[in-house]
Design a protein around this ligand. Structure first.
Ligand code: ZN
Length: 335
């Protein structure tokens, strides 16, 4: 009797066809992802040899309580932007998601070098080694979770740029772009306050990444409406997250910018995040406004400035979650 080889993809793992996003607990239909924080940090472990003053988030019961508060307020999903090697713990993300009922999308890829131990292998890797590592984290599971019976998969790929593309790690950027093409996973780009975003976009497009498969983080720190309109009109998603940060003058910057984007009909190109790497922003860790602020502060303000329910739904969910559904990849491998 001839036994056919098992196909690589399992029927219940055809996340693309079913419009599913990959969360730490498994695939979730993107239209069930609900209110979503497009950029956050839910767990940041200490890293060996790390310099002083870098963020840490390791108070599991406080973080859990806060996720429960978020869910009770109507929040459903969090996008975690801490890649492996600089404090990510996929198992903790899984435990927090299970215990709170909040969906969590984790990432592979890389952050700025200063967040890693001094001799982390990634910074000496060649393109292939890094690309294969990123693909495995999407396809099989994040490195630190592979010993688990059910490894936990990453749901998108993060790239971190320095203030200029010239000063950014070309090898890792090319590796991440290759992994994104291979897996169809969304690429999310950390910018230093939006710096050199135009060049980053052009570089990734040369690597084959479509504008519609790109989200650029922290763009509201460079509140130049003309630039935002141009990037948005190309199909790029722009993430804004300075709402709670007086030093970025949200009343003068992010709010007017957001109003201009909505008025220009570009409400499909902006995603709202809160980027709470700093524990002072967590209400259960002694500060505020906490994860619930997305629902209790930002959404009411969007209503106040005249956003329609459809626009609000896009800004605090739909725009990021629809893009987290993996696109058709350039390889024949399906996961
Ligand atoms: Zn961040």
């Amino acid at each position: 009797m001839i036994t056919e080889a098992r196909p690589l993809s399992q029927p219940n793992d055809d996340t693309r066809a079913n419009g599913m996003i990959v969360t730490v607990t498994g695939p979730v239909a993107s239209d069930k992802a609900g209110v979503t924080d497009a950029h956050n940090h839910l767990w940041v472990a200490a890293v060996d040899g790390m310099g002083p003053g870098l963020p840490q988030l390791t108070d599991q019961s406080g973080i859990l309580d806060e996720l429960v508060d978020y869910r009770k307020a109507g929040g459903r999903t969090q996008v975690d932007c801490q890649p492996g090697g600089c404090g990510r713990d996929g198992q903790k993300l899984l435990e927090l998601s299970r215990a709170s009922g909040v969906h969590v999308v984790a990432c592979t890829g890389f952050h700025l070098e200063r967040y890693y131990p001094p001799d982390h292998w990634l910074w000496g890797a060649d393109i292939d080694k890094a690309r294969v590592h990123f693909v495995r984290e999407i396809a099989e599971g994040m490195e630190e979770t592979r010993p688990l019976a059910q490894p936990v998969r990453a749901g998108f790929i993060k790239i971190a740029c320095q203030p200029t593309v010239a000063a950014s790690p070309a090898i890792l950027i090319e590796a991440a772009a290759g992994a994104s093409l291979e897996t169809g996973a969304l690429t999310g780009v950390h910018t230093e306050k939006g710096a050199d975003a135009e060049t980053i976009v052009a570089l990734l497009q040369r690597h084959g990444i479509a504008a519609s498969r790109l989200v650029i983080f922290h763009m509201d720190k460079r509140p130049d409406f003309g630039l935002h309109r141009d990037l948005a009109q190309q199909g790029i998603l722009l993430e804004y997250d300075t709402f709670y940060r007086p030093k970025y003058r949200p009343e003068q910057n992010v709010w007017p910018l957001l109003e201009s984007m909505v008025a220009a009909g570009l409400d499909r190109q902006v995603a709202i995040g809160t980027d709470m790497a700093d524990r002072a922003l967590w209400s259960r860790l002694g500060g505020g406004p906490g994860l619930v602020g997305l629902v209790t502060r930002i959404v009411p303000r969007l209503q106040e400035i005249g956003c329609t329910p459809a626009t609000i739904k896009r800004l605090v969910g739909e725009n990021i979650t629809t893009r987290l559904v993996r696109a058709a990849s350039h390889s024949n491998t399906s996961f």
